[in-house]
Design a protein around this ligand. Sequence first.
Ligand SMILES: [Zn+2]
Length: 296
Amino acid sequence: MKIAVRGGHNNSVTGTSQLLNEVKEDRKVKDAVIKYLKELDYQVLDVTSPDSCNTQGKDLAYGVNKATDFGAELFISIHFNNAYKTYDGALGTETIIYPNSKTAYPYAKRINDNLVKLGFKNRGVKNDSRGLYELNHTKCPACIIEVCFVEATTDVKLYKQLGVDKVAKAIAEGIVGHSIEDKKSQSSQIQKKSNNTPKKTYSVNYCLEWQKFYNEATSTKKPLILNGIYCKNTQNSLDSLLYYIKQSKKYKYCLEFQRFYNSVTQTRKPISEDGYWGKQTENAYFTMVKLIKGEY
Ligand SMILES: [Zn+2]
C-alpha cells in the first residue's frame, strides 16, 4: 500500500508557534511515522514541501501533487493546532477528513482514538468545514491530524512527556490498524519466521485482492485496510464470509466468491459460477485461504 505523509507548512510559510513550533514538531512526528510505516514494508513517500515553496498555495499543491504522482492510496498530513494566544489547560487532539468520507473515516477514527488513548483530550474526527485544500484535492482517502494545541499548557506538557516517538507510533498504528511491536521483538519474530519454511510470494497479492473483494462485496462499514498483509482482521473476514458463502444461493456471496476466485487466480480449471456451495467451491475456498496466507 502506498502512503503519502507530510508535515504541514514549511519555514517560508510557517505554521503556528506558541509553546511549541508547529513546523519543527510536525516534521519530527512525520519522520517517526514514516520510520514505523517503512519498517512494516509500506511504500511511503515523504511529501513535505521544501522551503522553496514560498506561498501557501505552492506549499499545499506540492504535497498533493507529489502524492497524486506517486499513486498514493492514503494521504496523511501532520499539523499542530492553535486557537488562543495562551491557554491554561487541555484543548486536545482532532483529525479532519473530507466531509463524511467513508474511506478516510476508519483511518481518522483509529488515529484519533490512539492519540486519545495517550491522554489527549478528545475532539474527535471532524468533517472539514473550511474546504481544506489537502482534503479537496487529494485523489485518495486523506487525513489531517492536529496532534494537539501549541498554546495549551496541558497538551504541550503531555506531548513532551510522551515524546515524539510514542505520538508517532500511535499515529502509525492508527494508519495500519494494528499495534506495532517494538523493533527487538519484531526482529526476533522475523528470525523465527526465517527458520520456518519460507513463505511463498506470488505475482498476485492474493491477500490484497481478497481485502478489496471483501470490502466491495459486503459494503461493510468497517472495511479492511487494503494493505495486502494477512492479519487477524483478514482472518476474521475470511471466517465471517465463509458462513454466508456456505449457504449457496441464499446469499449473493457464494456466486461472488466463485467469480472472484476464477478471475483472481486465472485458473485454467475455473470452478462453476453457479452459486452453489459444493466440493469444488469448498476446495477453491481453502486454496484461496492458503494463497492469502502465502502457504499454497
Ligand atoms: Zn497546520
